[in-house]
Design a protein. Structure first.
Length: 239
């Protein structure tokens, strides 16, 4: 399983539970073409070098929205974070890797993160592996790139399926669920990750349930122009 796109689920198993949202149609077994597109979708992100993203993180006290970019070759993300339906205590800039989260609090953050991060005012901490919807979402978003295609033949064998069709920002897409994975409790769950994928394998949306949130995290791509990610001054993110 770790060799296929199920690696997204396997690598962040501590964060996930089954996404029980109903599919628009289906599910049914993947066709050969669909399996190939699902197999290359993370590789497409890596090929692109980076993608513009909007990450919507649910929460009982209100959600968080991160708008920015992810460098899938450098394995680092950067953007603006804002509270939605909550106070502004979490607002500001954010940069993250698989191990570190750096935040720059701001009372009135800009609509877009500045291309060059501020020289000072940053606070860094380890990325939490458990109990934080924000950190779970950041880690999952980074895992949506891979330096090689996944194994298309193994995807259907491990439970990946076609779930329906949709139109997203002018793109005709197929909705596919990733391979079955075991949840933190040890029970088997199918489709914990749901992908909206275009005809060439481009990923346009991902929805994934996390154990620390009652609603799924939604990650949308190409929501704005991609801006190359620059490192926070004085911080060298570990991969």
């Amino acid at each position: 399983m770790a060799a296929v796109i199920g690696g997204v689920a396997v690598a962040v198993t501590a964060f996930l539970f089954v996404d029980s949202g109903s599919a628009p149609a289906g599910p049914r077994a993947l066709s050969s073409d669909e399996a190939n597109r699902l197999a290359v979708t993370r590789f497409r992100n890596y090929q692109a070098g980076g993608r513009a993203v909007t990450i919507n993180v649910p929460g009982t006290a209100g959600g968080l929205t991160i708008t920015g970019s992810i460098d899938y070759r450098g394995e680092v993300g950067y953007g603006v974070v804002r509270g939605t339906g909550r106070d502004t205590s979490s607002d500001g800039l954010i940069e993250w890797s698989a191990t570190t989260v750096s935040v720059h609090p701001m009372t009135n953050p800009p609509e877009k993160a500045p291309a060059r991060p501020p020289e000072s005012g940053w606070y860094s901490r380890p990325l939490q592996k458990y109990g934080s919807s924000l950190d779970s979402s950041l880690a999952i978003a980074l895992k949506l790139g891979n330096d090689r295609p996944d194994n298309a033949e193994l995807l259907p064998q491990n439970g990946a399926a076609w779930a329906g069709e949709d139109r997203l920002d002018g793109h005709e897409v197929d909705i596919m669920t990733g391979p079955s994975a075991r949840t933190k409790s040890g029970t088997a769950g199918a489709g914990v990750v749901r992908y909206w994928i275009g005809s060439d394998g481009t990923m346009y949306r991902v929805r994934v349930a996390v154990a620390s949130a009652s609603e799924p995290v939604v990650i949308d791509f190409d929501t704005q122009k991609y801006v190359p990610v620059r490192p926070v001054p004085g911080v060298t993110p570990e991969r």
